[in-house]
Design a protein around this ligand. Structure first.
Ligand code: MG
Length: 338
C-alpha cells in the first residue's frame, strides 16, 4: 500500500539538541536515554538510501521529514535558534530536492523570536514548498527553566499567518520543564515516550483550546501524534468539567468542538487497533492519519500492524494516504492511486 507518513524524524547535526546525543541536549528535566541504540543516530542522519529502503519495506510511498525533538525548541538563545532553524530547513530541502517523489519537508521554526518564526515560516512555505510545520513542544527562552507555550498572545501574529498560509502545525511532544518535573522524581523511566511526552503534548493542546485561539483563527489545523496523546479518550470528561469553570475557560465553544474541527491525529508510535477504533469513533476516520515515528519506532512494525488491522478498507485508505494527500495538498500521484 502506498502510504504517506510524516512523524518521521531526521537530525541536521550542528549541535541542534536531540534526545539521542545527550551532549546536545539542554533540557535538564530529562535523563540520558540509555534505551537509544547506536544505530538510531545513523538512521536519523540518513536522508538517502537507508531511509528509502525502510520506506520501501513498509509500503510507505512518501514522507514529510521533521526535525527530531526537541530540536530548535530547546535552543535558549533566540539568535542561534533563528540560524539553526534555517540550516535545518535547508537540509530538509536538499533531501527533498534529491528525492522529490519520496520526501517533503516540515518547517522547523525559531519560536524564541515570534517575528523571525513568521519570516522562516513564509520562507519554508513560499520558497521551499513545505506543506506543514513541526513544532517540538514549548520553546525554551533564555534558559532551560523557562518555556513559552503557543497560546500566549505574543504568538497571535504567528497563528494569523499560519491560518492565511493554510498549513497544518504538528505539535510533537517534549519533556516537561525541570520545574514541572517533581511528579517524576526518582522515576526517570517515566520520561519521554513512556509518559511525560503524553502529558506535555496533551496539556499544550488543551492550552490552545481553552485560550480561545480557535475562535480567533477557526481554520487552524493542529496535528497530534500517538493517536492524540490520550485526548480522544478523555475529551468528554474534559469538556464536561471545563463547562463548569465559567470565565476561566476563554474559548467560546465546547472544547470537544475544537478537537473535532481543528485537530488531526496520527498513529505514530501507537499501533493498537482498539485505540485506533476509539479514536475514529471520537474524531471520524477523516481526521486520523498514518505515521510510524521513525526511527524511534520501526516503519515495518507500524506498517505490519496498520496494513492488517481489523478496520474497513475505506478507513484504511483514508488513514493510509487519502487524508494526508488532502491535508497537505499533495499531487494525486503521491500515495496509492484511489
Ligand atoms: Mg516522534
Amino acid at each position: 500500500m502506498g502510504k504517506i507518513a510524516f512523524e518521521e524524524a531526521f537530525s541536521a547535526g550542528e549541535g541542534i539538541p536531540d534526545y539521542v546525543n545527550p551532549e546536545n541536549f539542554l533540557d535538564a528535566g530529562s535523563t540520558e536515554p540509555d534505551y537509544v541504540s547506536p544505530d538510531i543516530s545513523q538512521r536519523l542522519a540518513d536522508l538517502g538510501a537507508g531511509r528509502l529502503a525502510e520506506m520501501d519495506a513498509a509500503g510507505i510511498d512518501y514522507l514529510l521529514l521533521s526535525l527530531t525533538a526537541p530540536g530548535i525548541q530547546a535552543i535558549t538563545d533566540p539568535k542561534r535558534a533563528v540560524t539553526l532553524a534555517r540550516l535545518a530547513n535547508d537540509k530538509a530541502c536538499a533531501a527533498v530536492a534529491a528525492h522529490p517523489t519520496r520526501f517533503g519537508g516540515m518547517a522547523a521554526l525559531p519560536m524564541q523570536d515570534p517575528a523571525a518564526a513568521v519570516t522562516e515560516l513564509e520562507r519554508c512555505v513560499n520558497e521551499l514548498g513545505f506543506p506543514a510545520v513541526m513544532l517540538n513542544g514549548f520553546t525554551n527562552i533564555g534558559d532551560v527553566e523557562t518555556g513559552w507555550y503557543y497560546d500566549h498572545e505574543r504568538y497571535l501574529p504567528f497563528w494569523k499567518r499560519v491560518e492565511e498560509l493554510g498549513v497544518p502545525v504538528y505539535i510533537h511532544p517534549r519533556d516537561p520543564l525541570p520545574g514541572a518535573s517533581a511528579a517524576y522524581e526518582e522515576h526517570p523511566e517515566l520520561f519521554g515516550a513512556v509518559w511525560t511526552f503524553t502529558v506535555e503534548g496533551a496539556t499544550h493542546a488543551l492550552r490552545l483550546m481553552t485560550s480561545g485561539l480557535f475562535d480567533k483563527f477557526p481554520k487552524l489545523t493542529i496535528i497530534l501524534g500517538h493517536l492524540g496523546e490520550t485526548l480522544p479518550a478523555n475529551m468528554w470528561r474534559i469538556e464536561h468539567r471545563a463547562a463548569k469553570m465559567g470565565k476561566l475557560v476563554k474559548a467560546q465553544k465546547p472544547l470537544r468542538h475544537y478537537l473535532q474541527n481543528n485537530f488531526y491525529v496520527t498513529t505514530s508510535g501507537n499501533f493498537h487497533t482498539p485505540t485506533l477504533n476509539a479514536t475514529m469513533d471520537e474524531l471520524g476516520s477523516d481526521r486520523v492519519l498514518f505515521s510510524a515515528d521513525y526511527p524511534y519506532e520501526s516503519m515495518r512494525e507500524a506498517a505490519d500492524w496498520f496494513d492488517n488491522a481489523a478496520i474497513n478498507e475505506n478507513d484504511r485508505a483514508k488513514i493510509g494516504y487519502l487524508n494526508a494527500r488532502r491535508l497537505f495538498n499533495l499531487p494525486e500521484k503521491i500515495g496509492k492511486q484511489a
